[in-house]
Design a protein around this ligand. Sequence first.
Ligand code: TPW
Ligand code: MG
Length: 540
Amino acid sequence: MNLTESLLHALKDHGARQIFGIPGDFALPYFRIIEESKILPLYTLSHEPGVGFAADASARINASLGVAAVTYGAGALNMINSVAAAFAEKSPLVVLSGGPGQGESRSGLLLHHQAKTLDSQFQIFKEITCDQVRLDDATRAPADIARVLASCLRHSEPVYIEIPRDMVAQPCAPVVAEGAQPVDPDALAACVDEILARLAGASSPVLMAGVEVRRYGLEAKVAQLARRLGVPVVTSFMGRGLLADQDVPLLGTYMGVAGFPEVTRLVEGSDGLFLLGEIICDTNFAVSETKIDMRKTIQALNGRVTIGYHTYSQLPLAAVVDRMLACLSAGDKAFTVTPQVFPHGLAADAQTITPTDIATAVNDLMAVHGKLPIASDTGDCLFTAMEIQHTALVAPGYYATMGFGVPAGLGLQAATGERPLILVGDGAFQMTGWELGNCQRYGWDPIVLVFNNASWEMLRTFQPESSFNDLSHWGFAEMAAGMGGDGVRVNTRAELKAALDHAMATRGRFQLIDITIPSGVLSETLARFVAGVKRLNAVK
Ligand code: TPW
Ligand code: MG
């Protein structure tokens, strides 16, 4: 076995199912081995940000490793934003980069793709990955690979692996995976006793599920936990899409002033708010009129459980959930909640289209044809996604990068084989929409809804006086054919419904629906958000 084969087998053994990438001369040798060994399928895209987003989405949807393979310098540095997004939102993304061979630096010449020093790239990636290795020693490589992949899964954060181009075919032993780290049983028992006592003592406990629940594959167990505790469940904004397929008393998504008032009241009025696997960030918690006192919550995050004024460290989230389940008696507590009703029953008339009409049309579509997983970009499309019934969702809810939606949708289809729905604004589509041209090579056929308001509308809501937020109206529908898909522009609700039905019935080519949204028209959720933020700012 050579070094690249040893790495590829290790990736597969740790849960990776495919690689997304773009080669370059520093990467050609290891890409050849990826292709010829057939250990993992390789999907090439057009631009490195898309490679990173697709690999990140594959990691999120399957709760396993995603792999992004690039070349040194121009390739890897082009992917910084995507890796930063994965780091911020705790997605286990493995970055593979080619690199200069030993001795290449000795020529006395600067090497092409070199930024400052040959080590600059490694140093830059250190900031946005939790572990790194340069595979410059074939004897040490198996242990180094085992450590880095274990770190990736343990922390659910990106890692960086650089493969010098003269090392790829060196003989190398197979990687032996690291074992699980020991957990202090006394600390675990004390921690879980305390959580359960707090919840039992609360008159209005609520469980809020966050992204780590999915990252660590705990959705079914957390659903069981909620049933046994008999507590209502909400997700955070970032956690939207979690527990969508579980039997669980799921009320909705907490969004403070932008959310459904019943959910907001329940969460802000809870005296036992159990934050499970949350990222404690502004998009999850800042937009509230009644500030949640974090010191009064129970925060169970991977590796850190904080109750009141003290913290238990080094307890994996899975161990905490397992132990809680073991301590609770087996039966479910009888419990009902009134789930949120999402808009449905679109009037297929000649009216112009609002974002909430799009949510309504999607809800109608899913009621007939079953759920589709969704990849959403940043912008009003993500607020609109909150009005669509609970279904698997990948979106940059905290890091809020544009450009995520389209490549993430491709990542979803590659990783699951399921046909995804992609929600994307016109501004974001201008960034990475071209990646759709790769669907024809791989038989992907996402349904793409472009929210075309000819505007950076989210920005306009914050600063209406600036005319730089006006975009021209691009004809995305016309571009689809040249990229191997079908495109249609819709201006009325009747046209939207007809286009969605047609897209659903047409398989094998991507289906782009370019939806004209009149200027200044927001989803109901974004309108609540804007009004709420203005209210909050007015009282400051
Ligand atoms: C990579 C800043 C946040 S929202 C937004 C910008 C420019 C406008 C989005 O326009 P779009 O959607 O896609 O047409 P909509 O609904 O608002 O009209 N660069 C990156 N990421 C972010 N978040 C920005 C800039 C931004
Ligand atoms: Mg727009």
